[in-house]
Ligand binder design. Structure first.
Ligand code: BDR
Ligand code: CA
Length: 311
């Protein structure tokens, strides 16, 4: 099984990703870092606790307190219209004793799993960047990194050009892409195709392993349907990203140098740019990252459904 440390800004599709991971015996979640993003860090932590209780996740999985604000020192923008007031659509998680691990628990996890550890980042990149700032060499022992973020020559989702995870903290993205090795970027190019329809939700919930999928996905889909009546369901960006370490065959990859606009005030803020100029490709010194430009919906569909119904 793949040992996965998940960094997330626990909104609806992060939650679907955690449910998928819990039901998938190919994935072993060894820790969850809760960051600001779709919701506040506090809501993200509450949501993870709610999930762990609702799905009886193994109690020994550490829930780690992550970043509260971006490296840009701006007040974060949350998205209740997409993810719900608390990040679980209409669901309000009950209170609990805040049993959280401090940030440096991440160091223990990296030391424990070494080159078996896969880090999957499905939220803003602030916490992950902080690990590179504090522990650049330790991070070299991690096997590989999968990052949900970016949009290459396709429209963004938070601006015309920028995807939400990259837009929120472009400085953090620059740090991660500068220092991380074995990085795979799963951008909107692939994730916006990972559409889960109401029919799929009803079919999955019928098998009763997921319980709360319907209220979550109804809320999430409603936001997208209001904007574009042609869309057939909600895009599960983060769940698709978790398929990448276990089912690379679902994706179409190309590796390019990647830059992120650092113009915090400009219209290009957070834009992800891949340099595809041929003579740049042959330049071996250029740091390149693997980008999933596409994914095969059939394969995604069959894997997602079979895992979520507990096959
Ligand atoms: C990404 O941003 C968040 O809103 C989602 O959870 C996903 O990780 C999509 O742009
Ligand atoms: Ca997310």
């Amino acid at each position: 099984t793949k040992k996965v440390l998940l960094f997330g800004d626990i909104g609806i599709d992060d939650t679907v990703a955690l449910i998928y991971a819990h039901l998938n015996n190919e994935i072993d979640i060894v820790g969850v870092v809760a960051d600001y993003g779709n919701v506040s860090r506090e809501d993200a932590i509450d949501n993870i606790h709610y999930l762990f209780e609702t799905f009886d996740f193994p109690k020994e999985i550490p829930i780690i307190w992550g970043a509260e604000v971006p490296l840009t020192a701006e007040q974060p923008t949350y998205y209740p219209e997409i993810h719900g007031i608390h990040g679980l659509g209409p669901i309000v998680p009950n209170d609990h004793e805040l049993v959280i691990e401090n940030f440096f628990q991440i160091v223990e996890i990296i030391k424990k799993y070494k080159d078996e550890l896969i880090i999957v980042n499905v939220g803003r990149l602030t916490s992950l960047a902080t690990m590179f700032i504090l522990y650049k060499d330790l991070m070299k022992t991690v096997k590989e990194f999968y990052i949900m973020g970016g949009a290459f020559w396709v429209p963004g989702n938070v601006t015309a050009v920028a995807e939400a995870n990259f837009h929120a903290d472009p400085v953090a993205v620059k740090i991660v892409l500068s220092y991380a090795h074995n990085v795979t970027i799963i951008p909107l190019n692939a994730t916006q195709k990972a559409i889960v329809t109401p029919e799929m939700v009803d079919y999955i919930d019928y098998y009763g392993k997921t319980k709360i999928l319907k209220p979550l996905m109804d809320y999430y889909y409603n936001f997208y349907k209001e904007r574009d009546s042609a869309i057939q369901g909600g895009p599960v960006h983060d769940a698709l990203t978790l398929l990448a370490p276990i089912h690379p065959e679902i994706f179409t990859y190309k590796s390019y140098p990647v830059k992120i606009s650092q113009q915090l005030e400009g219209i290009t803020r957070g834009q992800s740019i891949a340099d595809i100029r041929p003579y740049i490709q042959v330049n071996k010194k250029q740091k390149k990252h693997r980008i999933a430009f596409d994914m095969n919906y059939e394969r995604f569909f069959h894997n997602f459904i079979s895992v979520m119904i507990g096959e």
